[in-house]
Each structure stands twice: as C-alpha cells, then as structure tokens.
Design a protein around this ligand. Sequence first.
Ligand SMILES: [Zn+2]
Length: 492
Amino acid sequence: MKKKIMFLLLVSMFSFSLFSEGTKEVTLSTETNSTKSVKNVILLVGDGMSVAQIATTDAFIGAQKGQYLSKLNFEDFNHQGLTSTYAGDRLITDSAAAGTALATGSKTYCGAISVDMNKNELKTILEYAQDKNKSTGIVTSTRVTHATPAVFLSKNIDRNAENEIAMDEAYSGVDFLAGGGYRYFVSKDNEKGLASKRTDGIDLIKEMEKAGYRSFISEEETIDFLNYKPKAGEKIVGLFSYSHLDYAIDDANQPTLAQMTDKALESLSYDNDGFFLMVEGGRIDHACHANDAVTAIEDTLAFEDAVQVAIDFYNKNPNDTLVIVTGDHETGGLTLGFAGTHYESAYEQLQNQKISYEKYGSQYFADYKKSHSISNCNLSDLENDLNYYFGLNNLNDEERTSLQNALKRSVAGEVITGTQESDYLLYGGYEPFIMEITHILNKRAGVAFTSYSHTAVPVATFAIGNGSEKVNGMFDNTDIFNFMLEAMDSTN
Ligand SMILES: [Zn+2]
C-alpha cells in the first residue's frame, strides 16, 4: 500500500519536472512577507481535475505547437503540492464530501453539504470571511445549487435537496453569486415564463431583489450582465441557464467562467476588508464522467482563463491576495496512454472535435434516433456528422463495426444481448452511439478512461501569494481550508 502511494507521488512529481519550456507568459509579482495576513482569498476548484486532466490538456495544447507538452498558467505557481481527497465514509469521494472538506476542514460522508458525519452543521470558510466583514462570492459553471458551490453557502444532509439548498443560498448573505440553475430560484408562475423546479411557490429571485440584489436571470440577460458596472456595496445574482451552463466547447450565449470571475472581482474588490471568492470549473467532471476528453480539455482551458483573471488581480494586489488552485477529486480514471497504441500518442486526433457529446446527443442525434428504427438505421447516414463534428474519418473495420452495433443499441433504446455489467463497462449508462464516438477518438489519440465515476488519485494544488508557502508536498484536502483560514487570520 505504502509503496503504491510513493509510486504515485513519484510519478506525479516527475510529471511536474517534465514540462517543456512554458510558452504562455505568466508574470507573477514577487512575494513579500509571508507572515502577513491577506485581505483576499481566491479559491479556484476544477471539479474532477487531477494531474491527468491537467497533463492531457498540456499534451493537447502541446500537440498544436509541435511539442509534447505545454503548460497551464497555474503550473507556474511557485508553491505546489499533492492533495488526498478521501471522504469520511469512502476512499473515493464525491463532490459534496470533497467540497465540504475544502469549505469546512472536516471529513464527512458522500452527499453531505457542510454537515459532519453525525449530520451536525459545520462553519464554512465563507462564514469565517463574513465574520471578518469581508465580501464573499461564488462563481460556477454548474447549477449554483450543485454540490461544490452549495457547500460554501448551505448546510444540508443531502446534496440532492436543491430546493432547500437554493433557499439557504438566497439568504446566505453572499455578495456575488453567478452560474447556472435558475430553476430552483424562480417560482413556477414567474413573469418571464421561465421553467422552474421550485416546489413551494416562493420566488427566491424576488426575495433576493427585496434584500438588495441586482439580478440577471436567463441567457437573455447575459449581455446586460456583461455590460453591467457593479456598484460599491451592491449584491449581484446571475443565473444564466435552467440547469448547468453549457460546456465551454459548445459556445453558448452565456458568460464564460472567466467573465463571471472578472465581474466578481470587480464587484468584491470594493470592500476594504477584502473578500473570499470561490470559482468552480464545474463541468470538467461531467465531461470526464462521459469520457469525452476534448470537452474536458476545453473546460479545463476555460478554467485556466478564469485563473488568469485571478492572476491578473493578484499581480495588482500581491501583498493582499492568496490564490489557490486545486481539484476536488479525479474523474474518469483518465490517463495518458492506452494499451491499443502502446507507447504512442496522437493528440492531433482530438483537434477537430467541435461540440460536446452532450450537444451532439441533444441537438443532432436525438432527431435521428426519433426517426429511425433498428431495421433502417445505418452508420453511413451519420458519417458526415462524425467527420464534421468529431473529426472522425477513415473508419477502419473494427471502428465501423463497434459504431454500427452501438448505433443499433441507441436506436433500439438499448435492449440487446449481454449482461448489464458488460453493457455498463461499454457505455456507462450513456447513449451507446455517442460513447462509442468518444471511445474511438480516445483510442486513436492514446488517451484512456478506466471509469465513468470518480477515482481516489490525488489532485494537484497550486498557490501564489501570502500564505501560499504552506501548499507544499503532500497534504489533505481538509488542510486547504486551514491554509485559507490561517491566511485570513494571521496578523502582522
Ligand atoms: Zn466533484
């Protein structure tokens, strides 16, 4: 057991030293006295982002530049470490337990929203910041009621109680809240006619407006939000989609993670007492669950853009700001290598994918499915799609066969031979045809996923600013809470 952990540690440390020369210029201000407290703490969490998600993105960008690896901006941070992520009740954590560890410093069971193993409420880093009269902000690309944002603003024994979580969030006193998921905030009879999942008739947006929030709700108000100049002391809520925001690769009419981060910093930095801001790149995880490497890479790059906004802020306020970048757990058991390609990699195979598995499924393949049956579905109907949307052409016989089989299963609504377990290993409960497309792309590139779930591989953590020197070596996700609290607490 110990040997295995050491091995992982060595592999990961080795990977840090393997980077080719950085091509993205990241200028970091020189740090000053590290015992000073910081006014501002910015925590950026890539959901499902571990060393492999970072390295795959490095390889993808590297391939575009004719080199093996490139480097994401936060890989240049001067303090780095590896972080264990286990939950209170399981080696492999979920986002709720992992988020609770980051937000409260406590281990808990999977599914818990900032309550402990005995379901007692825990105090969050955001509440500690509020105690110090700091402003607070939460930005995410998922529904704001999803586990990672929820643990900072809510206490609940069940991550799925999103109606209750939204209620907590509306009354949390948070100064800036942006992401997706208006469905738990607007009432069913709202004037804009937006779809709602609120079960109690209360319109939380109206309640928040009464409490002084300026609101931007639905994609329709994206431009207003982007053009808006935040005022000192004004609270802002922006919820730009019914559920999660779209994947970065799908280019929706929604603010990017970087744009929301920028607006958050503009708004929160009015506070002379400083602020706490958590930014989540929440859908790297979802793409990895679905084994869609390119979509995960594009969301990792969108996350990097948000980190750049934090770096720019840090460079203007180097003595006052701590920036920590981490992941909450690994998703998908992603790795850079595949038995079928032996030692070879071919990341150029991934360069021509234009949309996510999700968008292809809902906007293109759904229609085909509806209008075809097992007797008349044919792979040749969809080959143009495969080429155009995924850059998948020159199919060999094996690829053709597996795609045709998967297509039949999709069109049939998935009732074919094989035990359930073997079906799960093949498609993980996703649309068979679309999973086959991503699997073929992965195999061609030499990228592999071992799971449709999370894994216990440690995540990497990066930090700059006062207090960042504690981010060093191997530590636990609960320690990150302590690093942030100590940085806000320590006095001159
Ligand atoms: Zn997660």
